[in-house]
Each structure stands twice: as structure tokens, then as C-alpha cells.
Design a protein around this ligand. Structure first.
Ligand SMILES: Cc1ncc(COP(=O)(O)O)c(C=O)c1O
Length: 455
């Protein structure tokens, strides 16, 4: 068994279920050296049991790869990875990021779990079904079938009240926030409230469109909604389901108060639902948007479920904002590329997205559990918070710790662990924000030992 993988099921994510899938996952694992030359593979019976497939599926995949020269079978010594493999190194696995031995930056899913085969199939069949006209300039609001799939998915999984006509497809959530920034500014807004701490990227984008950003503190019930009326803002960006980065949920009474505030000032609430699907120990709370679709702009993204490289995001807009946002998008770029959208629509429609979520939920839960167990054992005085959901935890450090200095010390040891202070203008307590999705349990345990060594 290669050192960094706990099971072959994890090594060969997405869990392959047909001969071709098993074969191509194994081939890829050999090519990018997750399976090093000389590694002895499990017996076909064992691997079939680990992957939950028929034994014959594994025997034929082994036979195919032996034929191609990737594997060698020797009587008495089983099947091994061909010793003379000379494929170039792990270019296909971009994690951890260059320069860091352990990259714990938050906000990145397990890129090695990207469902390559399912995505390729979705792309292929979607392209085959596109009409000639579909290859012309796209609808700037988004590809019709994708808007229908998203409306259905968001209603089913996030309780969002969305008609396809209210969905606008964007190049990631980032383009969504940028479009909103400009539309709000053009509509007379001069300031916008954001959570403190929060994702600086969004605030930076809003500021770049001429809006003054007003940070509003977050406590254990989420955004301090009562403070909004002390500002000149009539717009706010909120991560209600899982506050970024603290991980708290916006309390139901605060949700109601937020909507009352928006109605009273003719305001807009932007609900950034960036990682809502990743839930482990508590049921997912529905999105706030359905409580008042005329006031709330819902924003989502495929970045935390599939990969940021897709640049696929979406907005569900109040009727009063829909046309002006679509027009802004048309003037910007004439619309998001149809081919990616069509493939994504296919993945959603065939249940591939749900399957991927189910698989990765288990993976992330085991990674989170490994991280928390090691932290408990090695650094018991560090208090993890916001652990029930998402792809990261925040650890509260003992009072007086300089988290930025600690981050720098860790970086010198090859560990990327951002300080909580990096997400706040006025830090409230020292902490580290630890993303766990991209590292295996073994690597997370090693990373925690590095954290221990650094303090
Ligand atoms: C809270 C939050 N919202 C939105 C985004 C942007 O996502 P996208 O990749 O879809 O632009 C991020 C990315 O890190 C994020 O952390």
C-alpha cells in the first residue's frame, strides 16, 4: 500500500465502478506515481472488495493494463506496477501547491477526487446533443438546460425558490459578486456590508467597483444584524449557512431580522452559499433566499464541489434585478461558454453531481475526523470551531498567540496554514484556518505534528 493512502478506494477516487473506470483510474495512478514502480497491487479479490465491484471487473482491468505494459504479473508474486515505468512525475496532481509540503489553505476541494471519467462522459454526450445553433453565441443568462437543472437541483438540495428564468450562470461565484457590485453601484449604492471576518476576495471586488466596504462583526449566531442599521449600507453579503471562515450558522431570529432590515431600507441581501453541500454532523439548513426571493440574491458555485478550474457559478436573482444583471453580463463577455455549461447540465441531470457529493462527503468526513483527532491528541489546548460542515476548521489559539507570526513560522517549515487575522481587519482572537479537504488523513496527521513542532 502506498504510504499516503489509507485504502485503494481512496487512492482511486472517484470510486470507479466499471471495468473501464477501474482501468483508467489505475492507469492514472501509475502514471502520476501515486502507485510507484514496483508497488505490489492487492489480489483481484481484495481490490474488488475494497472498491465494491465484481472480481471480474478487476481481473479484466489488470489484464488490460498488463497488456499495455503498466502492470506486470508474475506467478507467485502477484501483480506489480512495472518497475521500468518512466512516466513523468505527478503533474496531474496539483496538490499540495508548489512550495508547501502541507497546504492547508481553505476553500479548495480534493482536486484528485474530480470525477474525470464522469465529466468526460458528460462532455461527450452533451456535445453530441448540442444543435448547430447551440454553437453560436450563448444566451448571456446561461444555457437553458443548465438553468433548468440548476433550478431543480437548488430547489431540491438547498430549498431555493428558483425558476429557470431567475437563474443566471456566471464564471464562478467571483463573477457573480463582480456583476452585483457593478449593478448595485449603478443603482445608487455607495457602500456594502460584509462579514468580519470574511473572504477578502469578495470585499476587494466590491471595492474595485467603487463601493465602500463596511465590515460587520460575526458572533456565535452569525452576522450582528443589529449593527446594519448603524451604517449607510442597503446591501450586505452574508454566508448564512456556514460563515466563512468561522463556520457558524446565521441564527433563525437573525435571518428574520436581516430580511426585516432589507425590507425597511429597500435593501438587498446577497446570500453566498459557497460550500453549503458539505455537511457532516448536522442536517443542512435550507437557504435563506426562499424566505424572501424578492430581497435575497442567492449565489452558488461548483468550485467547492467539483473544481475551481471550471469557473462555474450561478446567481438566483430577484425579478427586479434579473434583467439588469443579464444585461451587464452581456456587455461584459456575451455569456459563459456553452460547452462547459452543457456538460455540467448533463452531470446534474444524470445524478453524477449527487453521486460525487455522496462520495466526497465520506472522504471529507474522514479527513476532518483525522485532523480533529490528531489536534486533540497533540495540541489539546487549541480549540477547533465550526467543525460540523465545510472544508475547513478554525482553531482558536491560546490568548496572546501571534497567529500571523505563527503562519510565517509554519510557512518556513513548508506548511501553509493561514492566520485568522488574514481574514479580518480587526482580529478578535488568534486562530488558524485549516483546510483539510485536499490532504489524506496520513498527511493531515503529519501536518498537525508540524504545527506542534512549530509551537
Ligand atoms: C466564501 C467564498 N465565496 C465565494 C468564493 C468564490 O468562488 P468561485 O471559485 O466560484 O469564484 C470563495 C472562494 O474561495 C469563497 O471562499
Amino acid at each position: 500500500m502506498p504510504a499516503n493512502w489509507t485504502t485503494y478506494r481512496e487512492l482511486l477516487l472517484p470510486a470507479p465502478n466499471g471495468r473501464r473506470a477501474v482501468e483508467s483510474e489505475l492507469r492514472r495512478a501509475v502514471r502520476d506515481r501515486r502507485l510507484a514502480p514496483g508497488t505490489r497491487l492487492p489480489s483481484s479479490r481484495d481490490l474488488a472488495a475494497q472498491l465494491g465491484v465484481a472480481r471480474g471487473t478487476v481481473t479484466s482491468a489488470y489484464a488490460q493494463l498488463i497488456g499495455e505494459g503498466y502492470l506486470t504479473a508474475r506467478r507467485g508474486s502477484g501483480t506489480t506496477v512495472t518497475a521500468a515505468c518512466t512516466w513523468p512525475g505527478p503533474a496531474a496532481t496539483p496538490e499540495p501547491a508548489p512550495g508547501f509540503r502541507y497546504d492547508l489553505k481553505p476553500g479548495v476541494p480534493a482536486l484528485s477526487a474530480f470525477p474525470r471519467d464522469e465529466w468526460m462522459q458528460a462532455q461527450k454526450s452533451a456535445l453530441a446533443d448540442l444543435s448547430t445553433d447551440d454553437l453560436g453565441y450563448p444566451d448571456p443568462a446561461g444555457f437553458g438546460p443548465l438553468r433548468r437543472e440548476l433550478a431543480d437541483y437548488l430547489g431540491r438540495v438547498r430549498a431555493v425558490a428558483a425558476r429557470p428564468s431567475e437563474v443566471v450562470v456566471t464564471n464562478g461565484a467571483a463573477e457573480g459578486i463582480s456583476l452585483l457590485g457593478r449593478v448595485l453601484h449603478a443603482g445608487g449604492h455607495r457602500s456594502v456590508a460584509v462579514e468580519e471576518p470574511s473572504h477578502f476576495g469578495a470585499a476587494e471586488m466590491l471595492a474595485s467597483h467603487g463601493l465602500t466596504v463596511r465590515p460587520i462583526p460575526v458572533d456565535s449566531d452569525g452576522l450582528r444584524v443589529d449593527l446594519l442599521s448603524t451604517t449607510d449600507c442597503r446591501a450586505v453579503v452574508v454566508t448564512a449557512a456556514h460563515q466563512f471562515p468561522l463556520g457558524v450558522v446565521l441564527h433563525p431570529s437573525r435571518r428574520r431580522a436581516l430580511l426585516e432590515w432589507a425590507r425597511a431600507c429597500d435593501g438587498v441581501v446577497v446570500e453566498d452559499d459557497y460550500d453549503a453541500e458539505h455537511r457532516y454532523d448536522r442536517p443542512a439548513l435550507g437557504a435563506m433566499q426562499a424566505l424572501d426571493p424578492t430581497r435575497v440574491v442567492y449565489q452558488g458555485s461548483a468550485s467547492k464541489v467539483l473544481a475551481p478550474a471550471l469557473r462555474l457559478g450561478w446567481l438566483v436573482l430577484p425579478p427586479s434585478m434579473r434583467d439588469v444583471v443579464v444585461d451587464r453580463k452581456r456587455l461584459d463577455d456575451l455569456g459563459t461558454g456553452t460547452l462547459h455549461q452543457a456538460a455540467f447540465a448533463r452531470l446534474l441531470g444524470t445524478g453524477g453531481y449527487d453521486r460525487h457529493l455522496r462520495r466526497t462527503r465520506q472522504l471529507y468526513r474522514s479527513r476532518r475526523d483525522a485532523l480533529l483527532a490528531e489536534l486533540r491528541a497533540v495540541l489539546p489546548e487549541w480549540e477547533p470551531i465550526g467543525v460540523a460542515a465545510g472544508l475547513h476548521v478554525v482553531v482558536r489559539l491560546p490568548a496572546g498567540t501571534d497567529d500571523v507570526a505563527l503562519q510565517e513560522r509554519l510557512a518556513r517549515r513548508g506548511v501553509n496554514a493561514p492566520a485568522l487575522a488574514r481574514y479580518a481587519r480587526t482580529p478578535t482572537f488568534p486562530g488558524l484556518v485549516l483546510g483539510y479537504a485536499a490532504l489524506t488523513p496520513d498527511r493531515l496527521r503529519e501536518a498537525v505534528r508540524e504545527l506542534f513542532a512549530a509551537v
